[in-house]
Design a protein around this ligand. Sequence first.
Ligand code: NAP
Length: 243
Amino acid sequence: MAEGKTAIVTGGSRGIGREVSLRLAALGYDIAIVYVGDENEAADTVRDCEAKGVKAKAYICNVASFEETKNTVAEIRKDFGNIEALVNNAGITRDGLIAFMKEEDWDNVLSVNLKGAFNMIRHTAALFIRNKGGRIVNISSVSGLMGNAGQANYSASKAGIVGLTKATARELAPKGITCNAVAPGFIRTDMTKNITEDNSELLRTIPLGRMGDVSDVASAVVFLLTSPYITGEVLRVDGGIAM
Ligand code: NAP
């Protein structure tokens, strides 16, 4: 159990991040959720975490902003006292073919998905080093492992997460800090709401023949967050897509 420990979950208001927040709350972690816009969903998740008997609070903060993330991490420290775990889950897609991709779509996806994770690690690392411990899990994607047509920006950001994870793992291992990544395939959330079971073309690419559930990803995140001797790992949760 993790009573008295605090976990930050970016993008914790909805989808995969919400499920991760609830699972960590069930383990006894106090939960700090970082979200960008949907106040009601964030409030719902906070309430559901609190119902598990832990402290929870939501912070509106664009993870792409170095300053906002710095201030938010400071606020979380003030509110919770310490931080033991960080889950970099916030992410967006702005899909398009590379020949037509808008510069702003490239920049936004890289800023949120990759720089966002850097920002959060950057502002928590000194505390983890001082604590001689800390657990980081970053959410990558099979798109980052294999590349996905129509997702050059997203695939690049998620491949970047793999490099960021491994470099961070090597750098912080001597301080007792672990850093791992989870690479989901197609998981049912708002992000994939346009994919239906009738998209048989896409479903044929999944050896297990179906999309995954948020609980499949949350189980992997919890496993890595509670594993003291695994670091620099990228764990696929993809029904076999990228094997
Ligand atoms: P989702 O349902 O669209 O939720 C995205 C979450 O990220 C929301 O909580 C959102 O906050 C937050 N967010 C977005 N931009 C943000 C920003 N700039 N600053 C702070 N928070 C921000 O997404 P999901 O499907 O759960 O995906 C979660 C992660 O898994 C993402 O990194 C995604 O790339 C990755 N992933 C998903 C799949 C999939 O099939 N779903 C597959 C592979 C990887 P608001 O509610 O305030 O908007």
